[in-house]
Design a protein around this ligand. Structure first.
Ligand code: CMP
Length: 138
């Protein structure tokens, strides 16, 4: 089934100058980039995006990190986009990510892990709306 997912290139990957390599990988994996923008989240916006993790011990640090520099947010489309992007990203912890995945190549730690992807169809709709409101689900 053709579907859409939200992808984020996180501040650590942008500081490392890996934007181009990550976008090339996205295109090589035959995703269509439907929407894309660069922005700098406020702490409050990062808290809103990661609200599902509010009770987790890493929430404060994660939202500090995600508001520490610019990010790139994209809507990606292809067959099984959600599962495929999660496979290409690799495990959350780069130390456990398979060779060949983006987090294995560019992630630094379980928090500074280079990229984000939606984890389910419901989450994808919510996350795309968070950044693109009436643009991303067209
Ligand atoms: P992401 O895919 O953006 O979803 C939630 C994020 O929380 C995750 O990537 C990591 O950046 C971060 N995260 C998840 N687990 C931990 C953890 N145990 N310690 C610190 N950060 C974490």
């Amino acid at each position: 089934m053709v579907e859409k997912t939200l992808a984020i290139i996180k501040p650590d990957a942008i500081k490392k100058k890996t934007i181009g390599k990550i976008i090339k990988r996205i295109e090589d994996e035959e995703f269509i980039i439907c929407e894309m923008k660069m922005l700098h989240l406020t702490k409050e916006e990062a808290q809103g995006f990661y609200i599902v993790h509010k009770a987790k011990p890493f929430y404060e640090s994660l939202t500090d990190f995600m508001s520490s520099g610019k990010i790139i947010v994209m809507v990606l489309e292809r067959e099984n986009a959600i599962y495929h992007w999660r496979t290409v990203m690799g495990a959350t912890d780069p130390a456990l990510a398979e060779p060949g995945t983006i987090r294995h190549a560019y992630g630094f730690s379980i928090e500074r892990n280079a990229v984000h992807g939606s984890d389910s169809p419901t989450t994808a709709i919510w996350e795309i709306d968070f950044f693109f409101k009436n643009e991303g689900n067209k």
